[in-house]
Design a protein around this ligand. Structure first.
Ligand code: 2U9
Length: 341
């Protein structure tokens, strides 16, 4: 009996357990009902009476030790396995570094572009540094118009013919110069005006302008196109109204308001209790402009419109100060959806 105990002790000292399967083998070999330690107890009756107390003690110690070794191995295998599982778990969500997101102006710009793209408008882009003709003369600005003044326009060289564009209409002038109607295009882009920076104005901002030139284009087409835009942008229940206005490049001209999407037209502090929000200017392209751009105003008519992207974004996101769009404070930018993938 003593030899058997020593033998089992040695086996316990030599054993190597590295997996759940080997742990189970260990349990079966030493601790189970048919295991070697239990069989010692079965043989206990054959131990001479005088040796029984000593042998009983040794057997109990052996059993306890074997159980302690088993428990220790079990806990080691468990923690080992859990780190291994973590390493290879392909279903775990990836721990991305913060990936960045689109700027609110980019989001709104894209939304506007998509709305017009759905009804067949193409996208046109052009230079930010322009000449006088494409920014002013072609668009019917008289020589003494205040917009041509240094107070309103940035000149970047001594040459008064080189200006930063004050609107993206210059892009559409270029499209008209190079295209035979029908023309259906929008021109999104950055524009520059020599203005004092405030909560409502900035010297750099973004516009989307639209132009449609074809035979028989009417004011009714303009109105319907803008109503479609307003409903897509601000919701199906949105109403529009057009107020007469003046621009050198359109005749007749109008400004468009949408019903306030905050109070539904009832009146609130966003719409200054009028129920309406001004969002864009528009009109029928002045025949002089068509002619200047090489399009026969006897044959073709057109409508045009223009809007400031910052203004639309301020209304959409309830932003009270335009300067926030230019500061790139992450606490501000983090509030907008629009991951970059
Ligand atoms: C061509 C002919 C006419 C574009 C137009 C407006 C009216 C307008 C302003 C809105 C806010 C500029 O960003 S803003 O300050 N724009 O009110 N823009 S009609 O008319 C054109 C464009 C191109 C060849």
């Amino acid at each position: 009996m003593k030899n058997k105990i020593e033998e089992i002790k040695q086996q316990l000292a030599d054993i190597k357990v590295e997996s759940k399967e080997q742990l189970e083998d260990f349990r079966l070999k030493f601790l189970s009902k048919n295991g070697s330690i239990q069989s010692l107890f079965a043989d206990f009756k054959n131990v001479p009476k005088e040796e029984k107390p000593k042998m009983g003690q040794l057997m109990n110690i052996l059993k306890k030790d074997a159980q302690a070794i088993f428990d220790q191995l079990k806990s080691e295998i468990k923690s080992d396995n859990s780190t291994e599982e973590k390493k290879i778990d392909l279903t775990m969500p990836v721990n991305f570094e913060k990936p960045g997101a689109r700027h609110p102006i980019s989001l709104v710009r894209k939304e506007i572009i998509d709305i017009f793209a759905r009804i067949g408008f193409t996208i046109s882009e052009g230079p930010e540094v322009e000449d006088d003709f494409h920014v002013f003369s072609a668009l019917n600005f008289p020589p003494e118009h205040p917009a041509r003044d240094m107070q309103d326009t940035f000149f970047i060289e001594k040459d008064p013919d080189v200006v930063l564009r004050t609107h993206t209409s210059s892009v559409q002038v270029r499209v008209m110069e190079n295209t035979t109607p029908p023309i259906r295009t929008i021109s999104p882009g950055r524009v520059f005006r020599n203005e004092a920076i405030s909560a409502r104005a900035h010297c750099i901002f973004h516009q989307v302008e639209g132009l449609y030139v074809d035979k028989n284009v009417s004011f009714a087409d303009l109105k319907q196109t803008l109503m479609y835009f307003a409903k897509e942008m601000f919701g199906e229940e949105t109403k529009i109204r057009l107020r007469p206005s003046y621009f050198p490049f359109t005749e007749p001209s109008a400004e468009m308001d949408v019903s306030c999407n905050i109070c539904g037209g009832k009146g609130c502090n966003v719409c200054k209790y009028t129920g309406w929000l001004e969002i864009l200017g528009c009109g029928m392209v002045d025949p002089n402009v068509l002619n200047q751009c090489g399009i026969d105003s006897e044959e073709y008519t057109g409508f045009a419109f223009g809007m400031g992207v910052e203004r639309i974004a301020m209304l959409k996101y309830q932003v009270k100060d335009l300067r926030l769009f230019f500061e790139n404070d992450l606490r501000f930018l983090d509030q907008f959806q629009g991951a970059i993938w």
